[in-house]
Design a protein around this ligand. Structure first.
Ligand code: ZN
Length: 381
């Protein structure tokens, strides 16, 4: 059943707090403390009460400092590696954007009427059929029946429409969906979050989990893969076809802007990134800094707003999530979730970014562009 109250979450918090008492390993503590803190945020949102939870008071000053420094050490590692690969990202992402240029112009002209509404019962049926098809129906059934999926209030900040909180020690998580409706967008969100569940559940130890959650380039690959597979599944079975086409177009536009945002960060100087100079830029400064890289038609205002509010690790996670998931999608649609490329990815998905990983996996920009264009052809049919 879909949950609308915080009761089951309170239960999970109590369980996690109990578990924490017996845990001394710092990696495991970091993961559980982070999980508990985030669950408290969700409780207040579901109950519409002001958030009085303070992590510092909860952990105590000493433990809180340790918690912060462990998180920061992951971020620092991520950033150092990123600076080393900055040139690679610049060339790689630019090649993709150049290849997408014509398609993206065409995309803004598409528009589709909405489909007749479906019931909650039908929505659940579609989810079961989808996860059966993906080979993860038992896992989904467990999440659905054991109160792990929550409908949460309206969207307040940006496009964060769903999220997962996961406890990697007990290997269990809660899925939150904002603006829960019986529609394509909710189907996509649940598919996406279940992708994270699969990612965190199988063959992942706690240090790899922390690595992936706090400092990974690959943390959004499986989630995007599930999301895209859901789009194809709906289209193939003629379920909500018009809204699905609309969703495919929106995804293609969003993915393009994710890559663009990542490219912009790759173009900034090391010092600028190190001192967060872009936080204080206005449109003119931004234009001046980016002018030699882009045409005048480039939408500076919109990009600037996104850049200023962006978490740089997230930007890359989504950009590479889009890219790599497309390669995996093509493979699993041929071979199911057991192909060579899928195994290749699953074995390395918790590592830090590696150029060799990109080359050896065959994740070439030209191939990505071809697949991107194939997606657009689906909409035209
Ligand atoms: Zn995600």
């Amino acid at each position: 059943m879909i949950q609308h109250t915080a009761k089951p979450i309170m239960k999970r918090i109590v369980e996690a707090e109990e578990l924490l008492k017996s845990i001394h390993d710092p990696e495991e503590r970091l993961a559980i403390e982070n999980y508990i803190g985030n669950l408290y945020d969700s409780v207040h949102e579901l109950e519409k009460t002001p958030n009085t939870f303070s992590f510092e008071n909860y952990l105590g000053a000493k433990e809180f400092n340790r918690f912060c420094s462990r998180r920061i050490s992951y971020e620092r590692k991520w950033f150092q590696k990123f600076l080393k690969d900055k040139k690679f990202h610049e060339i790689y992402l630019r090649n993709i954007l150049i290849g997408q240029e014509e398609d993206i112009e065409e995309l803004s002209d598409f528009s589709f009427p909405s489909d007749p509404p479906i019931s909650r019962k039908k929505l659940v049926e579609i989810l079961y059929a989808f996860f059966e098809d993906m080979g993860f129906v038992d896992l989904f059934d467990q999440y659905y029946r054991q109160q792990h999926i929550f409908a949460i209030g309206k969207n307040q900040k940006g496009n964060n429409v769903g999220y997962l909180e996961f406890n990697p020690v007990s290997k269990s998580g809660e899925i939150f969906v904002r603006n829960f409706k019986n529609d394509v967008s909710t189907l996509k969100i649940i598919a996406h979050e279940m992708g994270h569940v699969v990612d965190h559940t199988f063959d992942q130890d706690v240090p790899s989990f922390n690595q992936q959650v706090f400092a990974s380039f690959y943390g959004e690959v499986l989630s995007r893969l599930f999301e895209k597979r859901m789009e194809h599944f709906l289209l193939l079975n003629n379920i909500l076809p018009s809204s699905t086409k609309d969703a495919i177009v929106s995804s293609a536009i969003i993915h393009h802007s994710d890559v663009l945002e990542a490219l912009i960060f790759s173009l900034m100087s090391k010092d600028c990134l190190r001192h967060y100079e872009y936080f204080s830029w206005d449109v003119d400064t931004f234009k001046k800094k980016m002018k030699r890289h882009f045409l005048d038609s480039f939408n500076y205002k919109q990009s600037l707003r996104k850049i200023q509010s962006a978490d740089i690790t997230n930007v890359y996670r989504y950009a590479y999530g889009d890219i790599i998931s497309m390669f995996l999608l093509e493979e699993i649609e041929k071979n199911g979730v057991s192909g060579d490329l899928f195994d290749y990815f699953m074995e390395r998905r918790c590592d830090l970014f590696d150029q060799k990983f990109m080359f050896e996996g065959g994740f070439e920009p030209e191939e990505y562009i071809r697949m991107y264009q194939d997606e657009i052809k689906l909409v035209k049919k």
